[in-house]
Write a protein that binds this ligand. Structure first.
Ligand code: GUN
Ligand code: ZN
Length: 431
């Protein structure tokens, strides 16, 4: 049993839904989080909770620092760690020029493991404790990733990319190998330790209908695994899908016809959708991943978070590294805020931190395990120092309210603000 003392914030529901947003969260300016056997035992005001602590319980004092549930990244490519910040192209050219050649190297299991180790340490350095991750077409890339995640006791979801056309030969699988290899990976990894599997067709243009059908077969056989893919990111991509699937009503309809739109389906980007698509996402209980740094970097377009929210679509925030330009969720929220500003729908700091924690957990339907400090949840959390730089300290000194403090943290924050990261109550990163 251990306890951590600090300014503790966690969400109970979506502040976007509450008539008074303050009812959506609990904030203990001087709070205590008690962890027993890796799970949250109790959270509350330090004065009250400490009176109940068994004598001799160690208390880690982080007074003045913000303690939040670990961040949840709803869409990221571990295999693109070395692609980040590659110049000058939009989606389709960027894939051909930078991404596919880099993904070829994951044929080599030792390379995959080296990148997986770096990637997971980088996530932890940035306060992210759960992510939905794409590997490459190589089954061994997923083994390497899960082995690295298991070694760190992380709650992670990942899958082998399915791709049997419109890609280089060296990255091509088939409908049958996609099915067999995914099935074997599900049986090996899904539900082992804290790991979960995602059926991962890269995107509609790189799968034949025969392959999407086999992906749909897997989805029927394994109803609680994730489906994870890209949707309506870039205008040229959307036009290409129209040519490749002339029978489909829309891009999303391609996935729907193969049974791939359902709870625990996570669609990255969701920029160029019509109202029928947005309603279908909501009706089917699927999730849209908002990837602001990637959407700006690749010139893809502006995600409409208000429209998604009003339609009742689950939304998570995602870095989408290597199309995205940062592993850091604070930087991602800051770009998300600017994207929303362009549509005159400013994203409050309260809602932004909800999206990065409980909202992401709800998007992945893992909110029974992670996302806030309800007793019994897995004790993954982050300690944030909002005074980590001279400018931040100066700006922080001017803040009077939690909202102001959170807002300056998300606008100025980066990995320097992530003082510590804890997984199951154990410290795994400290600056
Ligand atoms: N669409 C298909 N593949 C990819 C990818 O690797 N990154 C992004 N951002 N979009 C994609
Ligand atoms: Zn992506």
């Amino acid at each position: 049993m251990t306890a951590v003392r600090g300014c503790i914030l966690h969400f109970l529901r979506d502040p976007g839904d509450a008539s008074a947003p303050a009812e959506a969260y609990e904030y203990f300016e001087d709070g205590l989080l008690v962890v027993r056997d890796g799970l949250v035992a109790e959270v509350g005001p330090a004065r009250e909770v400490s009176s109940r602590l068994p004598a001799g319980t160690p208390v880690v004092d982080r007074s003045g620092k913000l303690i939040l549930p670990g961040f949840v990244d709803c869409h990221i490519h571990y295999s693109q760690t070395d692609v980040i910040a590659s110049y000058g192209e939009q989606l389709l050219e960027w894939l051909e020029k930078y991404t596919f050649p880099t993904e070829q190297r994951f044929e080599d299991a030792a390379h995959a493991r080296e990148v997986a180790d770096f990637f997971l340490d980088e996530l932890l350095r940035n306060g992210t404790t759960t992510a939905l991750v794409l590997g490459t077409v190589h089954a061994q890339s997923v083994d390497a990733f899960f082995e690295a995640a298991e070694a760190r006791s992380l709650r992670m979801a990942a899958g082998k990319v399915l791709m049997d056309r419109n890609c280089p030969d060296y990255l091509r699988d088939t409908p049958e190998s996609a099915y067999k290899e995914s099935r074997a990976l599900i049986e090996k990894w899904h539900g082992r330790d804290r790991l979960l599997y995602a059926i991962t067709p890269r995107f509609a243009p790189t799968s034949t209908e025969a392959q999407l059908e086999r992906a749909g077969d897997l989805a029927v056989e394994f109803p609680d695994v994730f489906v994870h893919t890209h949707l309506a990111e870039n205008r040229k991509e959307v036009a290409w899908v129209r040519d490749l699937f002339p029978w489909a009503r829309s891009y999303l309809d391609v996935y729907a016809r193969f049974g791939l739109v359902r709870p625990r389906s996570v669609f990255a980007h969701c920029i160029h959708l019509d109202d029928e698509d947005v309603d279908l996402l909501a009706e089917q209980g699927a999730t849209a991943a908002f990837c602001p740094t990637s959407n700006l970097f690749l010139g893809s377009g502006l995600f409409d978070h208000r429209r998604m929210h009003q339609a009742g679509v689950r939304v998570g925030v995602a870095t989408d590294v290597g199309g995205g330009t940062s592993f850091n969720m604070l930087r991602t929220l800051s770009e998300g805020y600017k994207v929303a500003q362009l549509a005159d729908q400013p994203l409050s700091a309260i809602r932004a931190f909800f999206l990065a924690t409980l909202g992401g957990a709800q998007g992945l339907r893992l909110d029974d395990r992670i996302g806030n400090f309800a007793p019994g949840k897995e004790a993954d959390f982050v300690v944030i120092d909002s005074t980590a730089t001279p400018l931040a300290a100066r700006r922080h000194a001017q803040t009077a309210t939690l909202e102001e403090r959170l807002f300056m943290t998300m606008m100025l924050g980066d990995d320097r603000f992530i003082a510590e990261t804890y997984v199951l109550g154990r410290r795994v990163h400290s600056r």
